[in-house]
Design a protein around this ligand. Sequence first.
Ligand SMILES: [Zn+2]
Length: 186
Amino acid sequence: MQKKSLEQRYSLSVTFSHFILLKTEEIKITFNTYSSLDQLQDWQIQLIQAAEKVSYQAYAPYSKFCVGAAILLDNGEVITGTNQENAAYPSGLCAERTAIFYAKTQYPQQRVICVAVVARKEESKELLPVTPCGACRQALLEYELQQLSPIQILLRGNEGTYCEIKSLQDLLPISFNKKSLGEEAK
Ligand SMILES: [Zn+2]
């Protein structure tokens, strides 16, 4: 194959170089980190504990990476979910989406208050700090935008650190959503 010259390779950037920068914007996100479970409110502690407990029910024979999610709804119900893997890898599902889809199936009218996520290696009690993956952020954000109130995220980190994120939009700014489709959010 003939090698392209630098001019050929960068012809696009030359073509578009006449664009004028209109403005530069910064995005600020806010989250709190705590060193001890005691610093959280009782309901937050219970939600993290529910996520940890259910992580032992994860079906993760391939990755051995067990994740538990616990969702608190406006009516006080706590819905849990775990990651469900599959021999055909993409057919599996993360704990967060397992839980949120079940929650919104059983309680479609209830607002989501908070999602706690806990992860650990199979047969290990040591917990791993994880944040929801991109697809789960997208799925959760859908409901935050629909209910017009923030969904809080609680994460359990290493060595007794706990992270409290105030809103899904902090985890997924400049998102693809209803407005991207030309529809008004309801
Ligand atoms: Zn995920």
